[in-house]
Design a binder for this molecule. Structure first.
Ligand code: ADP
Ligand code: ZN
Length: 599
């Protein structure tokens, strides 16, 4: 057995490495540099933690996520590794204690905030101990083109200059080619081995539905599939965050709000509860989530259309880091498209900037309206080829496409008539009223029952008409006028539909995938007979976590509790064989767990 495998088993309680982990770890143990691109949940931490435990000295980890250092250190302590951190939140006393432990060679891992390197005394300190390796987490922060540039990261090149023989491992989950090149240049990693994993997250089930009554739809999702689970619900505005959180609480669900308008203390307290308690739902704007590495988030729901595919993938990626089944669920409707087009038209900045925003929105809409596998589209967006996944809504219940040319012509010609004959523009609601011959004060006022398209659309329901409008907008065959009122206008491409030279393919609004289909797709769901024990184990874990003041997942992850609930161990040896139960945890919790299993 290699020393790396021994550490994996004894300390972390896992029986085998995943993906590229083993090769990466061997490379670093042998003293070589590595650049690691792995999706969220891929298992990046072990890639530097195992070598740090195997090599002599302390592994120095540079991480920008100060708020999470305590949890990282707690997680390592829980498996019996000696870890500490240095950042600006500590008192001089605490810092001195950590520094002394480092110099005395008593630390396996030391987490450092990048700004510590600005202080000359930090390099002095590091040179007084033995450095096993440098790990540079969130390495994309060194890229000025990326979305998360941190100037302090530029200083990381000094590490290599000063300690040329200490191996370095840079890790990130965000990785366009351009960012990758910049990481290599700025960190002088030209001779590092690069390990690029697939960005697929097979355990996440992607689903996109049309938005009818979002609150009820969300409630249905939570009640039927995610009762008692931790989840994140993303909303576009602060107001809808507040409203949605209140609504869920009224329904007896544990939900907390998070947005930039809340007092910093409330925000911090809510984040802490979300991390530490089981089954809390965070309702948030996209201000929430960066660096949140809670592994057991079971669903990410979007109640509004994300502005780009990148953003969507990053946000949904926060679900299921532990590899267990998780859901990425999005509802969107006509109003989202209208609103976002309006926001783009009214946004500040250059024409090029607006064009970019528009291109992002179009890619997002294409994903929503696709009749192909969602995952194939998503991965293609990031330059990866794949085949139909079997675990997204379009794979589970393939939507029918239909020829929507005639309805499209009816709708477009109504818009054209209003525009050309009367120089009038209206929003979708009114145009649908005309098509369906619905008399309203407004149709009467304008005499719109005299228009030749009055009542020619009674073969479709209002819901279906809204779907037609949405899809025409998504295909740029119709546009939202930049007058700020959300009125509809034709585009250059509309003519080809009106003169019959172009067919319009549409996606039929489908009902949600059947329960059976969803069940079949959920990989590794827990058998019903194991459920009661799993629940008892969760309760036990919650109590221990509270008493130890650490997040529940630090005590044991869901995957481990599932393993116990299924195999019902009766001896310490059996318990120790379960994935996630290492020596230290067995010693600390073994007897207590066996008692829970014995009931
Ligand atoms: P990342 O930092 O890449 O998002 P993590 O390092 O947090 O991912 O790992 C995600 C989850 O997978 C964690 O719960 C971790 O314990 C688990 N994990 C990582 N490697 C293994 C492995 N070889 N066997 C079993 N579980 C693993
Ligand atoms: Zn699919």
């Amino acid at each position: 057995m290699t020393p790396a495998l021994a550490v994996l088993e004894k300390t972390f309680g896992y029986s085998s490495f995943r993906g590229d982990q083993e090769e990466i770890i061997q490379q670093v143990i042998a003293g070589g540099d590595a650049l690691v691109l792995m999706p969220t949940g891929g298992g990046k931490s072990l890639c530097y933690q195992v070598p740090a435990l195997v090599r002599e000295g302390t592994g120095v980890v540079i991480s920008p996520l100060i708020a999470l250092m305590q949890d990282q250190v707690d997680a390592l302590s829980a498996v019996g590794a000696r870890a500490a951190f240095l950042n600006s939140t500590q008192s001089a006393d605490e810092r001195a204690r950590v520094e002394a432990a480092y110099v005395a060679g008593e630390l396996d891992l030391l987490y450092l905030a990048p700004e510590r390197l600005r202080v000359p005394s930090t390099a002095e300190l590091l040179s007084r101990g033995t450095i096993a390796l440098f790990a540079i987490d969130e390495a994309h922060c060194v890229s000025q083109w990326g979305h998360d540039f941190r100037p302090d990261y530029l200083q990381l090149s000094v590490l290599h200059e000063r300690w040329p023989s200490v191996p370095r491992i840079a890790l990130t989950a965000t990785a366009t080619d351009r960012t990758r090149q910049e990481i290599v240049e700025r960190l002088d990693l030209g001779s590092a081995r690069q390990f690029v994993s697939s960005f697929d997250r097979p355990n996440i089930q992607y689903r996109i539905e049309s938005k009818n009554s979002p609150g009820q739809q969300l409630l249905q999702l939570i009640r039927s599939e995610h009762a008692g689970d931790a989840g994140i619900v993303y909303c576009l505005s602060r107001a809808s965050v507040e409203k949605t959180a209140e609504f869920l609480v009224e329904q007896g669900i544990v939900a907390l709000p998070y947005h930039a308008g809340l007092d910093a203390r409330v925000r911090a307290a809510n984040q802490k509860r979300f991390l530490r308690e089981d089954g809390v739902i965070m309702v948030a704007t996209i201000a929430f989530g960066m660096g949140i590495d809670k592994p057991d988030v079971r669903f990410v729901a979007h109640l509004d259309l994300p502005k780009s595919v990148e953003g969507y993938y990053q946000e949904t990626g926060r679900a299921g880091r532990d590899g267990l089944p998780a859901t990425a669920w999005l509802v969107y409707g006509l109003q989202d498209v209208v609103q976002q087009r309006r926001m783009i038209d009214q946004s500040e900045g250059t024409e090029t900037h607006r064009r970019n925003l528009s291109a992002h929105l179009n890619a997002m809409l294409a994903l929503c309206e696709t009749v192909e596998c969602r995952r194939v589209q998503l991965l293609a967006y990031f330059g990866e080829e794949s085949t139909a996944c079997g675990n997204c809504d379009t794979c589970l219940s393939p939507p029918e496409s239909w020829d929507g040319t005639v309805p499209a012509q009816k709708l477009l010609s109504t818009v054209v008539r209003l525009q050309r004959e009367r120089n009038q523009r209206f929003g979708a609601g009114h145009i649908i009223d005309i098509l369906m011959a619905k008399t309203t004060p407004r149709t009467t006022q304008h005499g719109h029952d005299a228009i030749s398209t009055w009542g020619i659309g009674q073969d479709l329901t209002e819901q279906e008409w809204r779907g037609v409008v949405r899809q025409l907008l998504a295909q740029s065959l119709l546009a939202v006028n930049s007058d700020g009122f959300g009125t509809l206008v034709i585009t250059d491409a509309s003519a080809s539909v009106l003169d019959n030279s172009r067919r319009v393919k549409m996606r039929r609004e489908v009902a949600r995938p059947s329960k059976a289909a969803r069940k079949a797709a959920a990989i590794g769901t827990l058998p019903a007979e194991a459920m009661p024990l799993f629940e008892r184990l969760r309760e036990w874990r919650a109590a221990v976590a509270k008493q130890q003041a650490v997040p529940a997942y630090i005590v044991f992850g869901d995957a481990t509790l599932r393993g116990i609930a299924i195999s019902k161990p009766t001896t310490l040896a059996e318990l120790g064989g379960i994935s996630g139960v290492g020596e230290k945890k067995l010693e600390n919790w073994g007897e207590a767990l066996l008692a829970v299993v014995a009931g």
